[in-house]
Ligand binder design. Structure first.
Ligand code: BGC
Length: 815
């Protein structure tokens, strides 16, 4: 269809009908219009999987590695392939629009959604975002570049006013969105935050550069609930207010148009864009199966396993990895995360994975029949209690593993009863007359002692254990943040003494539904915590006897989640003590870090190896075992600089002062900030070791180039180790003596190559013209300074192997 057809459709609609299309029909659907055969368009989060329209654990999803793990791949082809998997999942779940990728930056390691963003660098983020978008959209499913723009931390995210110069915005925070538009993205999501005093859903940046200069012809959708006024967003370039049907648009927008406060042609332009999207995703026709590459579940699992291994980053290795299974008779696998890993971050990105391979299961599978694997969980890492699940609960009605969910009317009459697999119910069906949500279970306590049980949500909540009320209160909502209200509400806890050998206890949690209190109800139970000292002692005993110790440490859902930022970077709950104690008795100790972003590792120089597994998705343990035992190389490189400590980190501010968050560091984010501060981090952007070694033999770079033209840096390198490997060759640029402020050096491009042991290979790194340009605020335009630039080739921002010079010449005047 073309614009003329869209305009014909627009001509058939009344103002009321047009405006109806501009607000969601439901939480996850854009409205349809029967008269023009337009069906509803279904949306779903993203980015680590496609959840579908409901948070329903009975309809699980393929869980991909989180974005920081994808940023660590330095492999756009693989990211594109994973985009194809998201598209396949979307089609399987009847979803037209995936709310991914997140293109905000790792401005500070404290950012609560750090795991959901690719990297600290605009160039690397833009390339990954573009690859994911290509992968998703190649199959007729829309991708959404979010959150436009400067939504890089969570504190007061609904109201924060980010202050950044035009140059900083253009060169750093807008750059990944520009790459997304170049890749042809079909939606852009406007964030909750303000930039330089204007809220993003009404911001002139939606017009220029997005729709004007960059030529974005798709739909600007609001973040959920981010449209708070009628006229501002309607006159600005915001097209679709989500969710619905309640919104500040609707009748108020019709009125504003009738009174001439919003031009009708602005409404028509929004509708035209929606029609373009509808045409792209096939919504002008009944839903039908689309042609997609065949991807069975085995295929999916193999891809996710490969991705988990390829993104893992080996930070240091005293010759310990890979482990040779033939030399092992006992291996100690230590840490709570070994048996309960974090496979994804918290918040709207969450999905229910079809299955999870834990690190412990992955190691056991690899060593089965070869070596004994012992597990010591160590101290509890400070995580909040997990929601009830099938592992220790049964449905009191059917007896099947899981819980009973009931919805009751005001008189207590049952309106709905369902057997469910999780005590975390975020969007249960609510029949008319629904007054109370009840989740009940028969809990089998595996340990005697004081258990912590809890119920999460807002409003009046009660919790009984075998008929005794242990919690009863009214818990008012203190925030508007949807990530808290609908996804991660606070849990009210109570303690109760339980005995393990006794019959199961009957837990009943009830929450009354009142307007504004969200739909989330969560019931949790946690056994008594072992005393940390004896837990460490048990781990030490296991490690002392073993040929190697694998200690898995990590963050918790409270540390890395949407809706709030981290307070510090330390590993919670005595995990540092655990690592030190284990490494003291076993020099063959590998520490595996299970986090979405940087953590402090004060013991990093005292252990045999440190390997980052990130939030690796459902095949966590399978991919990890492939790397630990050498079937795969740890292929990843850091997409973000890992500091020594929070105190040393140059950019950490996430808390606004009087509502404003000043991006005072300007262009100097990530490795650029460390370079400017003259400080060495623990590990630089780009760092990562494989299982072989490389010699950089020769570099061939042009001495002169023309401004505005790409050029290629050729790097010959030799694999000097004993096995085949992959190397990520990086190019950095500097401009000493520049007339404008510049980073000390900045990342300009990379190429990954593979070579057999002993072989040479040439990496061809293309440097795009945008790597040399800067935004001139005086001219309001891009500009490339002529003259000499330093070119650097290296293995990371801090490990350079070659330096040379390239002179940029003005483009000849053709006039
Ligand atoms: C998040 C978005 C998400 C949306 C819908 C918002 O709170 O910021 O990333 O797509 O909710 O779940």
């Amino acid at each position: 269809m073309d614009d003329r057809t869209f305009d014909r459709h627009i001509g058939k609609l009344t103002l009321e009908q047009k405006v109806r299309l501009l607000t969601g029909a439901t939480t996850w659907r854009a409205a349809g219009e029967g008269g023009i055969a337009l069906r509803e368009i279904v949306m779903s989060d993203g980015p680590a999987g496609v959840r579908g329209e409901a948070w329903d654990e009975r309809r699980p999803s393929a869980l991909l590695p989180s974005a920081s793990a994808l940023g660590a791949l330095w492999d756009e082809a693989l990211v594109e392939e994973l985009g194809g998997l998201l598209a396949a999942e979307a089609v399987r779940k009847g979803v037209d629009v995936v709310l991914a990728p997140t293109l905000n930056l790792h401005r500070t390691p404290l950012g609560g959604r750090h795991f959901e963003c690719f990297s600290e660098d605009p160039e690397l983020t833009g390339r990954n975002g573009a690859a994911l978008i290509r992968g998703v959209q190649a199959h007729g499913v829309a991708a959404t570049a979010k959150h436009y723009v400067a939504n890089d931390s969570e504190t007061d995210r609904l109201t924060v006013d980010v202050r950044a110069s035009e140059r900083t915005l253009r060169e750093v925070y807008l750059a990944p969105f520009e790459a997304a538009v170049e890749a042809g993205v079909w939606l852009v999501m406007a964030g909750y935050n303000s930039v330089n005093g204007v809220t993003m859903t009404s911001h002139p940046l939606l017009d220029e550069p997005l729709k004007g200069e960059w030529g974005f012809d798709g739909v600007v959708v609001s973040d959920w609930g981010a449209v708070r006024f009628t006229e501002g967003p309607a006159r600005a370039a915001l097209d679709l207010a989500m969710p619905g049907p309640q919104s500040p648009w609707g009748a108020a927008l019709v009125q504003a148009v009738k009174e001439g406060r919003v031009p009708e042609k602005a409404v028509d332009d929004k509708v035209r864009r929606l029609f373009r999207l509808a045409d792209r995703v096939g919504a002008f026709a009944p839903r039908r199966r689309r042609h997609l590459p065949v991807r069975g579940s085995l295929n999916t699992r193999a891809l996710l396993r490969r991705a988990a291994a390829a993104g893992s980053v080996l930070l240091c290795n005293q010759g310990l990895l890979p482990l040779d299974p033939t030399e092992l008779s006992t291996v100690a696998v230590i840490g709570a995360h070994a048996a309960s890993p974090r496979t994804q971050g918290g918040g709207s990105a969450g999905v229910f994975p079809s299955a999870v391979v834990t690190p412990l299961a992955g190691v056991r599978a690899r060593l089965r029949g070869r070596a004994r694997v012992v597990h010591a969980p160590g101290p509890t890492p400070g995580a909040a209690a997990a929601p009830l699940g099938t592992d220790r609960c049964d449905d009191p009605r059917s007896g099947a593993p899981g819980v009973l969910l009931r919805v009751l009317d005001e008189s207590g009459r049952e309106l709905l009863a369902e057997h469910r697999l999780s005590g975390r119910q975020l969007e249960p069906d609510l029949p008319p007359g629904a007054h109370t949500v009840e989740i009940s279970a028969l809990l089998r306590p595996q340990r005697t002692g004081e258990w912590t049980v809890g119920v999460g949500g807002f409003g009046r909540m009660t919790l009984t254990v075998d008929g005794d009320t242990i919690l009863d209160g009214v818990f008012p909502r203190e925030t508007d943040d949807p990530a808290v209200v609908h996804v991660n509400p606070p849990v009210q806890q109570a303690r109760t003494e339980l005995t393990s050998k006794r019959r199961p206890v009957h837990l009943v949690a009830r929450r009354e539904l009142v307007p504004g209190c969200g739909r989330a109800t969560v019931v949790t139970a946690a056994p008594p915590e072992p005393d940390p000292e004896s837990a460490v002692a048990a781990a030490v005993e296991a490690a002392r006897e073993a040929d190697a110790a694998i200690v898995v440490v990590g963050t918790t859902e409270q540390d890395e989640t949407e809706g709030r930022d981290r307070g510090d970077l330390s590993l919670g709950g005595c995990q540092d003590d655990l690592v030190r104690a284990v490494a003291a008795v076993n020099p063959r100790t590998v520490v595996v870090v299970n986090s979405g972003g940087p953590v402090e590792m004060p013991w990093r120089n005292d252990v045999g190896a440190v390997l980052l597994m990130w939030f690796p998705g459902q095949e966590a343990g399978a991919g990890l075992a492939d790397v630990l035992f050498g079937l795969q190389e740890p292929g990843g490189r850091l997409p973000t600089t890992w500091g020594t400590s929070l105190a040393d980190t140059p950019v950490t501010r996430t808390r606004p002062a009087e509502g404003r968050l000043d991006y005072a560091e300007g262009l100097h984010v990530g490795h650029r900030a460390w370079l400017r501060a003259g400080r060495a981090p623990a590990f630089w952007f780009g760092h990562g070791l494989g299982y072989t070694t490389w010699e950089y033999e020769a570099v061939d770079a042009p001495a002169r180039v023309t401004a505005g033209e790409a050029f290629t840096v050729r790097v010959r390198l030799r694999n000097t180790g004993a096995r085949a490997g992959r190397e990520v060759v990086q190019v950095y640029v500097a401009r000493p003596g520049s007339a404008v402020e510049r980073p000390v050096r900045w990342f300009a491009g990379y190429a990954a190559v593979r070579a057999e042991a002993g072989r040479t290979v040439t990496a061809e790194v293309e440097v795009a013209p945008r790597a040399l340009r800067h935004w001139s605020e005086e001219e309001c335009a891009w500009s490339t300074e002529p003259g000499p630039y330093r070119l650097m080739v290296g293995r990371s921002a801090g490990d350079l192997r070659w330096e040379g010079e390239v002179t940029v010449e003005r483009r000849a005047c053709t006039g």
